[in-house]
Design a protein around this ligand. Structure first.
Ligand SMILES: *[C@@H]1O[C@H](CO)[C@@H](O)[C@H](O)[C@H]1NC(C)=O
Ligand SMILES: *[C@@H]1O[C@H](CO)[C@@H](O)[C@H](O)[C@H]1NC(C)=O
Ligand SMILES: *[C@@H]1O[C@H](CO)[C@@H](O)[C@H](O)[C@H]1NC(C)=O
Ligand SMILES: *[C@@H]1O[C@H](CO)[C@@H](O)[C@H](O)[C@H]1NC(C)=O
Length: 464
């Protein structure tokens, strides 16, 4: 009797995959409905665009707004604007003016909304070296409201749908209230507010009122990357999904799952929390692809990104070059659930499409808000380096969210079916291994067995 239970979903699978090969996306896929009750089963793909990314020295590493597919992300966050004298301002001339033959970037990125009217574009303020500017705008209730009003003026002028603040959440309540008021008055969609924020608990302890913050913000991007780097004096993946039981103290917190649980445990709603996925790797010196993890030293692996000019960093497309033509090999750490590129003493922790998809499955399983990418221009946006289509890392996650959403909108029986068939390579300890296609084979052989059993049944009935 028991085996029948296993076969049942596959009967449905065969039937559905024949009669309706690809279902339409639910119309609200791009909806930035932030009402918690109705967010069930909706996931955001939040992508940072950098204005300096279109001015890089080496031409093939420049990403222009026109080269971003309008349906790649649900939200694009434009980095950076700046805060000056209680106002938001653009940071480079080219944001608002033609420069070196390039049309103004604000205007060009807004054109994406003509192709995808659900797309939201936010302006991000308060990157590095901006802390001083915040004192003037959070000092009093009046100052906060004033600032929120200035945000409205800026966003409405240039067409932004909201503001993203790096690390500073004190303004959340004032902004939400002023934004709501304005939306009512003008009959426009309310401006959104989000923050990009620290991942580790040791950073969280520096005084956020987490429940209030999460209540008033539309979403919270947790920067679950840069968790390891040359500064820490240890080798490790800068964006591992999970920790291991052997890790102690601070090391146990240096992974995506622990970071997200700190936010959850401190009272933030899961449906507001987006994980951060880097489209770049961090390099270290390490003698073994797997065992080097946690060992002392590491530095920057002697690597500097040719395109970014940053030491210890490699964009995803640079990692592809290393894997394809410089003798590096890809390894998968089964406990941390993370990809590593390794060659003779140089160790790079990075996220590829398979690693990013595991993180998507994590977001779906944990019922979180979505995934944020830092940044669009470090993915293989042209597709020329990795030979796996344009934006392979971000697309892997977007497509995985789409599948999850189709699943939640179809009937319960189909839901069970697709879940069984789309995540074949998770073993019973819930450890995912993209190189392990045993699960896949299992399903195929189940199908054969099913045919055998049907044949047997037919025979028994007919030739009885
Ligand atoms: C994720 O983090 C939570 C909270 O720290 C922990 O209970 C859980 O075991 C972690 N999951 C994995 C797979 O490590
Ligand atoms: C290319 O992209 C597909 C789909 O996301 C993924 O399954 C595959 O592993 C990728 N290939 C490489 C070499 O990363
Ligand atoms: C591969 O996956 C199968 C089933 O999903 C599991 O039983 C097996 O332990 C996995 N093997 C490895 C090496 O992870
Ligand atoms: C189904 O039957 C065929 C031939 O009768 C056999 O070769 C095959 O191994 C069977 N499949 C399974 C999964 O038992």
């Amino acid at each position: 009797m028991k085996p029948i239970l296993y076969f049942f979903p596959f009967i449905l699978f065969i039937k559905f995959s024949k009669s309706s090969p690809m279902q339409e996306l639910p119309p609200d896929y791009y909806d930035d409905d932030d009402d918690e009750a109705s967010r069930e089963g909706k996931f955001k793909t939040i992508c940072y665009y950098t204005n300096w990314g279109s001015h890089r020295e080496i031409k093939e590493s420049r990403l222009y707004p026109e080269d971003i597919p309008a349906d790649l992300c649900t939200h694009i966050i434009y980095a950076f604007g700046m805060i000056s004298g209680g106002n938001i301002q653009h940071t480079i001339q080219n944001d608002i003016q033609e420069y070196q033959g390039q049309g103004p970037l604000f205007k060009r990125i807004m054109k994406l909304k003509e192709k995808n009217r659900r797309l939201k574009i936010l302006i991000s303020c308060g990157g590095w070296g901006q802390a001083g500017q915040f004192e003037g705008i959070v000092g009093s209730d009046e100052a906060r409201k004033n600032f929120a009003q200035n945000v409205i003026t800026f966003c409405r002028k240039w067409g932004f749908d909201g503001i993203d603040l790096v690390k500073f959440g004190l303004l959340a309540k004032a902004m939400r209230e002023v934004f709501e008021e304005e939306a009512k008055k003008t009959n426009k969609p309310r401006l959104l507010s989000s923050i990009a924020t620290a991942a580790g608990e040791f950073l969280l302890k520096t005084g956020y009122d987490v429940p209030t913050l999460c209540k008033y913000l539309d979403f919270v991007n947790v920067m679950t990357y840069d968790l390891y780097g040359g500064w820490y004096n240890k080798v490790g993946h800068h964006a591992a999904l999970y920790g291991t039981p052997e890790e102690t103290g601070q090391d146990a917190e240096l992974n995506t799952n622990s970071s997200m649980y700190h936010w959850i445990d401190m009272g933030c709603s899961r449906k507001k929390l987006a994980i951060g996925i880097p489209t770049y790797g961090r390099a270290f010196a390490g003698e073994d692809p797997i065992k080097a993890w946690g060992q002392g030293g590491g530095g920057n692996g002697g690597l500097t990104s040719r395109y970014l000019g940053e030491s210890g960093i490699q964009t995803y497309f640079e990692v592809c070059m290393k894997l394809n033509s410089e003798g590096y090999k890809r390894f998968w750490h089964p406990e941390h659930q993370s990809a590593i590129a390794f060659k003779k003493g140089t160790w790079i922790g990075f996220d590829d499409p398979d690693g990013a998809r595991v993180k998507c499955e994590y977001v779906v399983k944990e019922g979180l808000n979505g995934a944020m990418f830092w940044t669009l221009d470090m993915d293989d946006f042209s597709g020329n380096f990795c030979k796996n289509g344009s934006f392979p890392v971000i697309k892997a996650v977007r497509d995985c969210f789409k599948k999850a959403m189709i699943k939640t909108t179809t009937t319960t029986t189909t839901t069970t079916t697709t879940r069984k068939t789309t995540i074949p390579n998770i073993n019973k300890d819930n450890k995912y291994n993209p190189n392990n296609n045993t699960g896949q084979k299992l399903i195929i052989s189940f199908k054969f067995l099913l045919l055998n059993i049907s044949a047997l049944l037919v025979r028994t009935i007919i030739f009885r």
